[in-house]
Ligand binder design. Sequence first.
Ligand code: GFB
Length: 315
Amino acid sequence: MDKKSKIFVSGGYKMIGAEILKVLEQKGYLNIVGRGDEEPDLLDQKAVKDFFNKTKPDYVIIAGGKSGGIAANQKYPADFMIDNLLSECFIIHEAYKNGVKKLLYLASSCSYPKLSAQPMKEEFLLTGHLESTNESYAVAKIAGIKLCQAYRKQYDMNFISAIPANVFGPGDDFSIEDSHVIGALITKIHNAIKNKEEKLIIWGTGKPRRDFIYVNDLANASIFLLDHYNNIEPINIGSNNDLSISDLAGIIKEITGYSGELIFDTSKPDGMPLKILDTQKINQMGWKPSWNMQDALKQTYQWFTHNICSSKIQE
Ligand code: GFB
């Protein structure tokens, strides 16, 4: 990418989009369009069309779309599905109409089958049933991958897609009910320390294993792929590591200094038993993550203490 290229990142006000914009700027890409209030309503086809006609971006990254943790996916399957389907359809179609040079679509590791062999290789997509807790969202994400492939096949557009592991970091959702596990555990432990509670409820058995990627690594990988990847097949972005949920809780306890006991509420779902990405493809191209889990979690906790929590209890 030329440093003067015009770039649009959808969802630039949320954790992933905001980090991609930050890293783009650090690398000297300053010609950003559709930032903040300038981002069109992505569920309004005419607004997206007018935006593309007016700004004519050279490069597009689709990082927007409603998302959330296991409970939010169960509560809002329609919202998650329609939001992702509409926004990705409108953006991808306008990117084609306006001759965008390259588009990167960020999917999700829940697009893989629930009982997939591990670690999950890109070719395992659509080889089995999806995890029921996030099926609607996963179908919308798979549709995004397929739409990129369809515009490439029919119109020769350089539209690529990537599949990130479970993302976390500064700017994450730290609500207790709807967030992903890391945001939720940080808030729950913060509240437990404030309330002097000696027990911490962890959803599920604590046995599922997840591949967690720090948002800064994901942002760097996304820009790397825009520069170097031009293939029709999606490509995984993972950490080369995985952790059980109980090990994760142990690390967060250590970082926050919380000494209470973990109680596993097995009436809550585990979701996919294992969700670990095979990252050979991107690693062989020359990209590797720079953050280890401990440091990334410390940065996230620090951001939380400076930006989200005051001394009050979090909802
Ligand atoms: O992060 P999480 O919601 O995402 O949950 P998924 C991961 C695991 O942590 C599950 C357990 O086994 C949860 O039961 N867990 C334990 C908790 N305590 C908590 C808690 O307090 N909050 C949460 N949220 N989890 C999501 C998908 O699945 O992953 C999305 O639903 C998306 O569609 C995202 O793909 C990446 O990995 O289970």
